[in-house]
Design a protein around this ligand. Structure first.
Ligand code: COD
Ligand code: ATP
Length: 235
């Protein structure tokens, strides 16, 4: 994976120790699944990092930046939050779908209130995702284009860019559900952790009750990553 122009699609690397079913039939089935779009041969590759809540996606991405010196880290959650800024067209759409009770007194969307609805109701989450994901995807693609352009046009004397690994890391719990492996990603890593560890982390670090933490884990459990041949990192 490391090394200029030596990017290796993670689909060619190893599979997880525990998550995917490795019986021969399902292993072969996994191998047959198209993991990512056909790479566009751009020298700057895009790696998706996904996995369950509290699995350690952010921790893994921080390591990729600090230890592997990748070009950029795009955090999708924070992009999704910008979709709720006052000027965004999504705000009115979301207000119409979920009602005035999700609005804060200052006229902005109260993400906590919205979260308490959608994390408890998969259908409601689907409705929200259909409004938010296209905007998020557009913004991610814009950022990828900009970073690639800066990298290509930077001179070799610009050490701040030329010394970096030509890899952009996109961190997103939902990337396989959103189908981004078929659009802008060259490879996917899944970070896994035993559920009990994730629960403990969420209770300790976010002050969530066990019930709230379980609800959030439940809201994410499509398990889609288990059907993909990607590189699994057990954290
Ligand atoms: C429900 C919302 C308003 C709650 O906002 P809030 O700031 O309270 O929580 P935050 O965004 O930090 O999310 C908390 C955790 O849940 C995960 N999560 C958020 N949305 C989803 C989802 N659709 N599916 C699975 N996990 C999700 C996040 O990755 C994070 O680990 C917000 O998460 C949201 O808009 N979600 C829908 C859009 C989405 O899918 N965002 C994820 C990245 S595109
Ligand atoms: N290997 C590890 N050992 C101990 N603690 C860890 C490890 N990896 C992550 N953590 C801790 O677990 C918590 C969750 O990690 P992190 O934020 O990286 O997960 P995440 O998958 O990005 O979570 P979320 O989906 O909630 O954004 C953090 O407090 C982090 O410091």
């Amino acid at each position: 994976f490391c090394g200029k122009n030596r990017f290796v699609s993670s689909s060619r690397l190893l599979s997880s120790t525990d998550s995917p079913d490795k019986s021969s039939t399902s292993f072969e089935r996994i191998m047959d699944l198209p993991l990512t779009r056909k790479a566009d041969n751009h020298p700057v590759k895009v790696l998706g990092v996904c996995g369950g809540i509290g699995a350690g996606k952010s921790a893994a991405c921080k390591l990729l930046v600090s230890q592997l010196n990748v070009l950029a880290h795009i955090d999708t959650d924070s992009i999704a939050h910008t979709v709720y800024e006052p000027t965004s067209p999504v705000v009115e759409q979301v207000r119409r779908a979920f009602g005035d009770e999700i609005m804060a007194p200052d006229g902005l969307i109260d993400r906590k209130k919205l979260g308490s609805i959608v994390f408890a109701d998969r259908e409601a989450m689907r409705t929200l995702e259909a409004m938010v994901w296209p905007q998020v995807q557009l913004e991610i693609e814009k950022r990828i284009q900009r970073i690639r352009f800066e990298w290509l046009t930077s001179s070799s004397s610009d050490a701040s860019l030329s010394s970096k690994e030509p890899v952009i890391v996109v961190e997103a719990a939902v990337l396989l559900d959103a189908g981004w492996q078929h659009t802008f990603l060259d490879a996917v890593w899944v970070i896994t952790v035993p559920q009990e560890v994730a629960l403990q982390r969420m209770m300790e670090n976010r002050g969530l009750s066990r019930e709230e933490a379980l609800k959030r884990i439940g809201a994410q459990q499509t398990g889609r990553w288990k059907n993909y041949m990607s590189l699994f990192l057990c954290n």
